[in-house]
Design a protein around this ligand. Structure first.
Ligand SMILES: Cc1ncc(C[n+]2csc(CCOP(=O)(O)OP(=O)(O)O)c2C)c(N)n1
Ligand SMILES: [Mg+2]
Length: 354
């Protein structure tokens, strides 16, 4: 027998959990201003997240999926993307949306069940949040195929969870993207859990990144709590995709610090010790420690930022609460360009009932 193929999966990290650089920083991270900007976004994400949970607990929005612990993945992905790239997301990428121009008020509207929340002020070609696990992976392939046919230097970015990589849609999308060399980047946020199913039970594969290899795509792992590592890997993958060299897959290793959603109680299936360990890797603490050690951040700036974030989030929540509820017609109006006759009749009937 002879070896016919060999593969390696590389892992990268620039900042260790104490915020110390363990490798020479890439160009963008050498300018402290760039990292401060990412830090500010990550702080806003966390303030938003806390407010959304408070609104849910007081019955003012519906079920909410927290992004606690995912801030570095969100900020790394968003900061690497161009405005005319197309983002296809799950429910845990509200931070990317914010950085791409979706407003806090729109996010609250979305989780409040108001269709107007999906009518983003952000890039108009980004897709709506996809709750159906992995269903947007083939859509990303379609988007990237269109870009390739039109010879555009753009890319599609498809964000998925670890659990999503067990779905057929994911493998089919990877295969097509590899075979057609499409400009698409798959970013897999491995937060160790798919609701109550731990990573170890989801797949016998050593890494999720290696799933790309079978599709002829390079798969790599990064420390998903290190925003520098996420951003750098995304920069490289996007440059690769835009140059016509084909797709890439990045597995970002992080941890879901929250319950799966506000409808879940994770203490029923995972230990407090595991969660406490994961908090030591908090991406926000890590970046703050790095900035403080370099003199680019201090307590006064931190206090001012937290105040600013809370005010922004508070004002957006109030604007959401002050928005008059949608009319019954709205549930018909966002689905079809031309409403089929039976639904048109229902629409008229619904309006008559108001
Ligand atoms: C097709 C489909 N099956 C099942 C579900 C129910 N469901 C919602 S979230 C989830 C787990 C997803 O885990 P993962 O992909 O790791 O994402 P995470 O929630 O951890 O961000 C499941 C099974 C769904 N939304 N869609
Ligand atoms: Mg997961």
């Amino acid at each position: 027998m002879s070896v016919v193929a060999r593969f390696e999966v590389h892992y990268s990290r620039f900042l260790d959990p104490q915020g110390k650089a363990v490798a020479p920083l890439p160009e963008f991270a050498r300018a402290p201003g760039n990292l401060v900007s990412l830090y500010r976004w990550m702080a806003l994400m966390r303030a938003y997240d806390a407010k959304a949970i408070a609104l849910q607990r007081t019955g003012q929005i519906g079920t909410f999926a927290s992004l606690l612990g995912h801030e570095a993945v969100n900020a790394g992905v968003a900061s690497a993307m161009e405005r005319d790239d197309v983002f296809l997301m799950t429910y845990r990428e509200n931070g990317v949306q914010l950085m791409r121009g979706v407003t806090l008020k729109e996010l609250f509207l979305y989780w409040g069940g108001d269709e107007r929340g999906s009518d983003f002020s952000g890039p108009r070609r980004d897709f709506p949040i996809c709750i159906t696990i992995a269903a947007h992976a083939p859509h990303a392939v379609g988007v990237a195929y269109a870009m390739k046919l039109r010879r555009e230097r753009r890319a599609a970015v498809c964000a998925l969870g670890d659990g999503a990589t067990s779905k057929g849609d994911f493998y089919e999308a990877l295969n097509a993207a590899g075979a057609w060399k499409l400009p698409v980047v798959f970013i897999v946020t491995n937060n160790q859990w798919a609701i109550s199913v731990p990573r170890a039970k989801q797949s016998a594969a050593q890494t999720l990144a290696q799933k790309a290899v079978a599709a002829g795509i390079e798969g790599r792992q990064v420390d998903g709590n290190d925003v520098v590592a996420v951003r750098h890997a995304m920069d490289e993958a996007l440059a690769h995709a835009r140059s016509g060299a084909g797709p890439a897959l990045i597995e970002a290793l992080t941890y879901r610090l929250s319950d799966h959603t506000t409808a879940d109680d994770a203490s029923r299936y995972r230990s407090p010790d595991e969660v406490a360990e994961a908090w030591k890797l908090d991406p926000i603490l890590r970046l703050r420690a790095h900035l403080m050690a370099g003199g680019a951040w201090d307590k006064a700036r931190e206090d001012a930022l937290l105040k600013e974030c809370n005010e922004q989030v508070q004002a957006a929540a109030q604007a959401y609460l002050d928005t008059p509820p949608p009319t019954a017609a709205q549930m018909f109006d966002h689905l079809y360009a031309q409403l089929p006759a039976p639904l048109a009749r229902q629409r008229t009937a619904a309006l008559g009932d108001e």
